[in-house]
Design a protein around this ligand. Structure first.
Ligand SMILES: C[S@@+](CC[C@H](N)C(=O)[O-])C[C@H]1O[C@@H](n2cnc3c(N)ncnc32)[C@H](O)[C@@H]1O
Length: 410
C-alpha cells in the first residue's frame, strides 16, 4: 500500500525528496490557496515536515560553516532559502543507484525527463550486462525491437570521450565510465550503463522513468505532473470517515465500530502518523475502507451479536466470514476479495461512499471539476505551479467522480 503523496523511494528521508520546483518550495499564499485544496491534512503536514527537516539540516550543517571565521563565507549566499534550492536541485537528480553505489548523482543519468511506464532507457551496472551471468538489473521491455539497426550503435557517444554506444543481443548500451569500456572486465561494479531499451526516432526525446507513482507523488518530489497517469490515487483519511460517522451517530458509537474493525485485524495505510485509504485511478475504494463502512452501517443488534463472537481473528477470510455471518446465516466460503467486496457493498455502504466523496470534494472549494478542467485547458504550461496543481486537482477529482459511479453502480 502506498500514500498518494509518498511512494517508491524506499529508505529515503522525506527531505531528500524535496526537490527543485517541488512542492516544498511552493510555499506561502499560493500553497495555501491552490495546492492545499488538492490534498488533506496529511499532505500539508508532510510538506511542513519536509521544510522543517531541511531547516534543521541547514542549522546543523551549514550554519556552523558560515560562523566559522577562517572560511570567510558570505552569509547572504548561505541562507536557508539557498540551501533549500540547492538541496532540491541535488535531490531531483540523485537516486538510489544500486546496492554497491547506494544513493548518489550520476553524470548524464539525470539528463532524462520522466515518462510513466514508457521509458526508453534503463540504467544499470555493467556487471548486470546480459552478456555476463548476472542479468538481474535489466528489466525486459516488450516494446523493444530486436530488428533495430545495430550498425548505428558502434559510434562513439558524442558528448563524452569516455562514453560509447554499443549493441549486444539487441540491447543498446551507452557505456560511461572513467576507463575505456572496451577494456572492461564486464563485472566491474564501478561501471554503469545506460541501456536504450527501445527504438527512438531521430529527434525524439529520450525518456527515463523515475518509478511508478501518481501525480501527487510526482508533484511532491519532482514538481511536475502527467496527464492520464495510471498510477494516480486519491487518499481518504480515516479521520474523514470518523467525521462522517460522527455526523450520523454518536462519537461513542463511532469509536466502538472502529475498535471492532481493528479487532478484526483491519487497518488503513499509514504514513507520517496519518491513517488513510486509497481510491485507485479507476475509482475503486480500498477493501479496508469498505469493511469499515460496512461495520459502521451494521444494525445495532447484528453488531452486538458479531461483537460477542469475536475474540481474536487470525486472517482476513475469517474476519470476512464473521462479518457476513448475519447475511448468510452460515459460514460462507469466501473466494477472492473481489467477491467479498461486492457482498459488503450494501446500499448503506454505497451511500456512505457518496457522502465521503461529497466531503472530500468540498475540500476543493467553490470551483467545480468542470471549472478546474476549463482553467487547466486555458492555463499556460509556463505557469508551472498553476498548471501542475490544476492537473493534480483535475486527476484527483476525476477519480472521485469514478468512485461516485462505482458506488452508484452497485
Ligand atoms: C533529473 S531532472 C531531468 C532533466 C531535467 N529536464 C533537467 O533540467 O535537466 C528532473 C526534473 O526534470 C523535470 N521533469 C522531468 N520529467 C518531466 C516531465 N515529464 N514533465 C515536466 N517536467 C519534467 C522536473 O523539473 C524534474 O524535477
Amino acid at each position: 500500500m502506498r500514500k498518494a503523496w509518498g511512494r517508491h523511494r524506499p529508505g529515503l528521508d522525506i527531505c531528500k525528496s524535496c526537490l527543485r520546483e517541488s512542492a516544498c518550495l511552493w510555499s506561502g499564499l499560493w500553497m495555501k490557496s491552490t495546492l492545499i485544496s488538492t490534498e488533506l491534512n496529511c499532505t500539508r503536514q508532510t510538506v511542513k515536515e519536509d521544510k522543517s527537516h531541511i531547516y534543521e539540516d541547514w542549522k546543523e550543517c551549514i550554519l556552523p560553516l558560515v560562523d566559522f571565521g577562517p572560511l570567510k563565507l558570505n552569509p547572504k549566499s548561505f541562507q536557508v532559502e539557498q540551501y533549500l534550492a540547492a538541496k532540491s536541485l541535488v535531490s531531483s537528480r540523485a537516486f538510489e543507484i544500486d546496492d554497491y553505489h547506494g544513493y548518489g548523482m550520476v553524470p548524464l543519468a539525470d539528463l532524462f525527463n520522466h515518462k510513466t511506464g514508457a521509458e526508453d532507457i534503463h540504467f544499470t551496472s555493467v556487471c548486470s550486462h546480459p552478456g555476463s551471468n548476472d542479468g538481474d538489473n535489466i528489466e525486459s521491455n516488450d516494446e523493444y525491437d530486436r530488428n533495430a539497426d545495430e550498425d548505428l550503435l558502434t559510434e562513439n557517444f558524442h558528448s563524452r570521450d569516455s562514453c560509447s554506444l554499443t549493441a549486444d543481443a539487441g540491447n543498446y548500451y551507452l557505456n560511461c565510465s572513467d576507463v575505456d569500456s572496451s577494456s572492461n572486465s564486464g563485472d566491474d561494479p564501478m561501471i554503469l550503463e545506460l541501456i536504450l531499451v527501445k527504438d527512438v526516432k531521430a529527434g525524439d526525446e529520450v525518456f527515463n522513468t523515475y518509478g511508478s507513482m501518481g501525480n501527487a507523488a510526482l508533484l511532491h518530489r519532482y514538481g511536475f505532473t502527467e496527464p492520464d497517469n495510471p498510477f494516480d490515487i486519491v487518499n481518504i483519511e480515516l479521520n474523514l470517515v470518523t467525521k462522517w460517522s460522527s455526523s450520523l451517530f454518536s462519537a461513542r458509537y463511532t469509536r466502538a465500530r472502529l475498535l471492532f474493525w481493528r479487532r478484526l485485524g483491519f487497518s488503513g495505510c499509514i504514513s507520517h502518523s496519518c491513517e488513510y485509504f486509497e481510491i485507485s485511478s479507476d475509482g475503486e475504494p480500498q477493501l479496508e475502507l469498505v469493511i469499515l463502512l460496512y461495520i459502521i452501517c451494521l444494525p445495532e443488534v447484528v453488531y452486538d451479536k458479531l461483537n460477542n463472537r469475536v475474540s481474536s481473528v487470525e486472517n482476513i477470510n475469517e474476519s470476512m466470514n464473521i462479518l457476513l455471518l448475519h447475511k448468510n446465516n452460515a459460514e460462507v466460503p469466501l473466494g477472492t476479495t473481489e467477491i467479498d467486496k461486492d457482498l459488503l457493498l450494501t446500499k448503506n455502504v454505497c451511500d456512505a461512499l457518496h457522502s465521503l466523496v461529497d466531503i472530500r470534494e468540498s475540500f476543493y472549494g467553490q470551483n467545480s471539476l468542470e471549472d478546474d478542467m476549463e482553467a487547466l485547458r486555458t492555463c499556460c504550461m509556463r505557469e508551472r505551479k498553476l498548471y501542475h496543481s490544476l492537473t493534480l486537482r483535475v486527476t484527483e477529482r476525476r477519480i472521485l467522480k469514478k468512485l461516485r459511479t462505482y458506488a452508484s453502480s452497485r
